[in-house]
Design a protein. Sequence first.
Length: 402
Amino acid sequence: MKTIIFLECNISGTGVRAIKIAQENGYRAVLFTKEYDFYHTIADNPLLYADLVVELNTDCIATIINAAIDYNPNGIVAFDDYRLINAAAASHALGLPSPNMKSLILCRYKNKTRQILFDPNDDFKYRVFDIKDKIDISEMKFPLVVKPCDDSGSSKVTICHSLEEVNIAVEEIIAFRTNQRGYKLSSSYLIEEFIDGNEYSAEAYWCAATSQWEILGFTKKHTTEGKYSVEIGHDFPYKFDSNSKIKKTIIDWLNKIGLSHTVAHVEFKLDKKSIMLIEINPRVAGGMIDKLCSISTGFDLVHCYLSLFVNDMEYRPKFIYKAQYASIRFLTSKRIGIIDKIIPKFILNKPLLFKFVPTPIKIKQLKDSYSRLGYVITIENSLIQAAAEADEMIKNIEIIYD
């Protein structure tokens, strides 16, 4: 039977969406996981949808390949950052399609991305440290951002305004050697100058027919203010006055890093002077951005991604030519504790999608995307309308604490 192996799943739902697409196209969906218990705590639980669940160590490439051989797969895919390289390595070993592994590593480790793409003559300064190093930031200007080189979901990313805050942030990284997904972090971390400007992302895909990158559209991001910058909303599609120039810059970055044959979510900031890269994610965007893209354009980034990794799978997009705009806002808690219930109070009189985490659930301080509690998505004829309605809907959700 035609089979696709999924190495773990992500928290934003793209992995579950991919499992459903695989099944709709006649493939058996086999989930390799070491995180069985974790999936019961998220809104989109892949254990409920996979045809077969196999528990094994998904951090070990040899273990993955050994098990995969028994299923004679048509493709091996991953949707969370921590297993993209392992999926590519297993695919290479079994002669299956996947991106170039070096390019995935250059994207995965943010220090490597900066070494390739950043001009050392630019005003922007960054430094790479090992957890054993003494910190020297004497030539850098506050505010500074401290972040792991290889984590995801804004985990342990801290904005600092003093040396004391930098030292505290570094101590947190040193103590945080294994993340929420059981991934053992590199000993390297970044300290870089804070980039002013609004934050956006480009949703890009590799066009197999033309062997080149295409930009589906841009997303405007909404983040929390203060010490931790967590994404709490997205609007798509966002139009720039200099759309073509920004598209060219994004594609130049992807080509220079050597990435191809995948989908990419490229995060950047824009000020009056320049476009500044934050990171390149060589996979479908999280945060339900793929859903916003599908609503607005008809293009399914998840299906496209699968078709690039799976033998004999085709994807023929059905574009929507009527202007539609979509916004998402994430539900977060303003306090820590145990949430007993989440109750929507809004009236369902317009196109609206929403989903929340299972309750009861214990909530910690909002520091990363793992602390989000669910979402609402709105669809309108203008971006301003969609964003305003999403803002209003998220206010009309009651959180009941124990």
